[in-house]
Design a protein around this ligand. Sequence first.
Ligand code: AMP
Ligand code: MN
Ligand code: MN
Ligand code: MN
Length: 277
Amino acid sequence: MTALTDLHTHSDASDGVLAPAALAAAAAAAGLRAFALTDHDTVDGLAEAEQACAALGVRLVPGIEVSAKWAGNTVHVLGIGIDPAAPSLAAGLAALRAARRARGAKIAEKLIGLGHGEAVARARGTAGRAELTRTHFAAGLVASGACRDTAEAFTRFLGRGRKAFVAGDWPPLEQACTLIAAAGGRASLAHPLRYQLSSGALRRLVGAFRDAGGAALEVVTGRPDPQRIATLANAARAAGLAATAGSDFHAPGAPWSALGALSPLPEDLTDLGAVFA
Ligand code: AMP
Ligand code: MN
Ligand code: MN
Ligand code: MN
């Protein structure tokens, strides 16, 4: 079940635990030939990853995971094979950073109002130079003893509609796709089944994504689940989209999101990762 390419990973430039160089070393150790670093709304980790990959003989696919809005929902769009130096990226990245920073400040304010100032301080410490994500706030809530684990932090505070939830002011889906295409990347709709949409709404999302120039659906991600893979493969076929497979790796230790631990993509689908293997 170990794949040769993994098109969805995070470093500590966003909410991953490993520094980009350590991620590259872990990818090499996992037997990957190529992987995409797809940090949330930033390309800050790519230069370090590229340098480490060159020394390790692993191919880095420069990527990003862009937060976007569609019909009132937050969705994530992977940009695969972007040029991080593309001049067209700068303005979009600045807007994403500003949206993340503003939302982070509001979440912090809510948590402080709820008496969890220590959790906020710890979240800021964990984030370091990275912009704050909910993963950092969850880590802060656990480290301060306010929550037993990350799951509890999301159920009680950070999940949609919970006490410290703040919706991000993300760009519309179409804009996210344009940003990726203008930087020379292919867009893949990340973990389409994680948005808790009805099947009709999911079909509309996939249609809107394709019409916006989207290239692929992330058909394989997370726990091996033949039924989910079949559902997403059918959605990709129906929309005439290609497919990607990615672990969404954030930290060592979670077996269902280990680097390269991916079920094979159905053979009839075009795998965007095949050209990188
Ligand atoms: P953000 O982009 O700041 O809203 O943070 C989203 C990130 O939080 C995702 O990329 C996941 O890494 C993490 N996340 C979201 N929901 C959960 C959850 N229920 N349990 C653990 N991590 C989660
Ligand atoms: Mn994440
Ligand atoms: Mn995501
Ligand atoms: Mn991700």
